[in-house]
Each structure stands twice: as structure tokens, then as C-alpha cells.
Design a protein around this ligand. Structure first.
Ligand SMILES: [Zn+2]
Length: 305
């Protein structure tokens, strides 16, 4: 049983504000330790539940957020984004993905740092309905034959994920400042919450036979509503149909649709022929920067053991 622990960061225990997710800041350095703790609990849960191999896939921003030296040494680690064989790199053979620290979809009112794939959208729609990352990533992994069977994050993010992944086990994580700055009470909440991550991950792995790869029936119509028309114009180097701030495209399946989404936001037309060496350069740069040149952590008012 080969488990993939995929990590975002916004939905980690211990994180209550946006700056703690912004790569390169001192607050993010604190956020990394929160994320690493959550990821470790899920990794332990995977092994408790019977996994024989666990891959940690780090995905937030350019994808080097976990403190690798502090990760459970039994897990393999894969940071950054790829072009081939998938956006995530080599995920061949993974039986189940557990998605740690997710956040709500673009346009979700009152949510913590809501966005779908990238912050430039005010909404991303699939066949007319707003979608979250778990829909898009779930559908992409689903076409590779891989189910998502676990999510953790803010209540509304979990609720959105469970709409399309009803079989997934979940852990809800509070996002308000008081929860993490109230001394003994906060430490107890963290301890209980992280114990829940471990137990729920073990449960998900044991229940792998109930999990389903998410599949959307094609044809798929995507609509990306940018925050402004100017942004839509700037990003649409591929000349997809555009109506004001909304850019749209069609796809036969999610792999194709997701590829077009990535082209729209991350691969301007001029760079397409060099996208593989560019992705390699990005991974190398951020691996070194975030490993050896990280800032000192600023936990602000966080209650620390
Ligand atoms: Zn993220």
C-alpha cells in the first residue's frame, strides 16, 4: 500500500493568518513548522494504517514548504512542480492520496485565504459551477487512477471537498487567532487536533477499498473569472476565448483541462518550448533557497510548548 501525503499549507493547525503562508517571510518559517508537524502526523497515521511506502508531495506555491530534516525519515519527499510525467512529478503506483492543510475555493465568503489554484481568480467554474482545488486536483488524480481519501483544513474547505469526495475522511482545523494564542488551551487544542490527523489518516488508509478516483464526465467547460479584466488580458497569452474578465476553454477530460489551466496562469506562450528546463531551474532554486537560506521563524503570539 503506497500512500501519497500531498501538502498545501493554509489549512495547517497553528496557522491563523495569510502571512504565515507567504513563502520567504519569517512568519512563513513558523508556518512551515506547523505544516511539517501536521504532515508528520498524517505520515505516521499512514504507516499505522498499513501503508508500506509513503511519499510526501509538497505543493504550496513553488512547493518547498516542509522542513525536510524534521520529516518522519520513513517518508520520501518530493517538492516542487513538474511538467512530466505529471504536474506532481512521478506519482505512479500511489494507491491513495491524503491531502493535508487545504483551503476554500476562490470566491468563498469569510474563508481563510480562499483561492482555486492561483490567487488571480475571483472564481473558477467547471460546467457552470464554482470549483475548489479538491475538484480539480481530485479529478486530475482521478484520471491517473488515484483517489483522494483524506482532507484536513478549515471547515468550509472540508465541506466543499466532501461534496465531490464523499468517501474521504476529514479533519477540521480552526483558523482564528485566539485558538493558537491562548496558552495552555491552545497547546491542548493542537495536541488533540494533531492526534486526530494521525488517527483519521490511519482510518483512511484502512478504508482504501471504499475510496474512488474522482471522474468528471467530459466534455468539460472551464471558466476562469479573473479579479480584473486587465489581469485576464495579461494572462491570456494563449488567446483562449475571453469575455471581459472571464477566460474560458474546453477540454475532453481533466488532464487536458488542467493542462490548459496551468498554461493560462504559469506557462505564457513564449515559454512553452522551455517549460521543462524552466521547471527544473525553479525546483533547484527554491530547494536550495528554502533549505539553506531560510529566514528565522517568527511565531508572533503563537503559544509554543
Ligand atoms: Zn497553498
Amino acid at each position: 500500500m503506497y500512500a501519497g501525503v500531498f501538502a498545501d499549507i493554509e489549512g495547517s493547525f497553528g496557522i491563523w493568518r495569510m502571512r504565515q503562508c507567504r513563502m520567504g517571510t519569517r512568519e512563513w518559517q513558523y508556518g512551515r513548522s506547523c505544516l511539517t508537524e501536521d504532515v508528520n502526523q498524517v505520515v505516521r497515521g499512514c504507516f499505522d494504517g498499513g501503508a508500506t511506502r509513503v511519499l510526501v508531495k509538497d505543493t504550496h506555491e513553488v512547493g518547498f514548504n516542509c522542513l525536510v530534516k524534521e520529516l518522519d525519515p520513513r517518508a520520501e519527499y518530493l517538492g516542487g512542480h513538474y511538467v512530466k510525467p505529471s504536474l506532481y512529478g512521478d506519482v505512479t503506483g500511489i494507491d491513495l492520496v491524503l491531502y493535508v492543510a487545504i483551503h476554500a475555493a476562490s470566491g468563498t465568503p469569510e474563508a481563510f485565504f480562499p483561492h482555486t489554484h492561483y490567487g488571480v481568480f475571483s472564481q473558477l467554474r467547471l460546467n457552470g459551477s464554482p470549483v475548489s482545488e479538491m475538484d480539480i486536483y481530485g479529478g486530475y488524480l482521478g484520471e491517473l487512477g488515484i483517489p483522494i481519501g483524506f482532507v484536513s483544513g478549515e471547515d468550509v474547505a472540508v465541506e466543499q471537498a466532501l461534496r465531490t469526495l464523499p468517501w474521504a475522511k476529514s479533519v477540521v482545523v480552526e483558523k482564528d487567532k485566539d485558538t493558537y494564542t491562548s496558552g495552555e488551551k491552545s497547546l491542548q487544542y493542537l495536541e488533540e487536533g494533531r492526534a486526530r490527523l494521525r488517527a483519521t489518516a490511519a482510518d483512511a488508509v484502512r478504508s482504501v477499498s471504499e475510496m474512488r478516483p474522482l471522474l468528471f464526465k467530459g466534455p468539460l467547460r472551464f471558466e476562469a473569472e479573473f479579479r480584473t479584466e486587465e489581469l485576464a488580458r495579461k494572462y491570456n497569452t494563449w488567446d483562449f476565448p475571453r469575455d471581459g474578465a472571464t477566460v474560458s476553454w474546453e477540454a475532453g477530460d481533466m488532464v487536458e483541462g488542467f493542462d490548459k489551466l496551468n498554461r493560462l496562469v504559469f506557462i505564457p506562450r513564449w515559454s512553452y518550448p522551455v517549460r521543462r528546463p524552466m521547471a527544473f531551474a525553479m525546483r533547484s532554486y527554491y530547494r536550495i533557497k528554502n533549505t539553506y537560506f531560510a529566514p528565522e521563524a517568527d511565531p508572533e503570539e503563537a503559544s509554543l510548548p
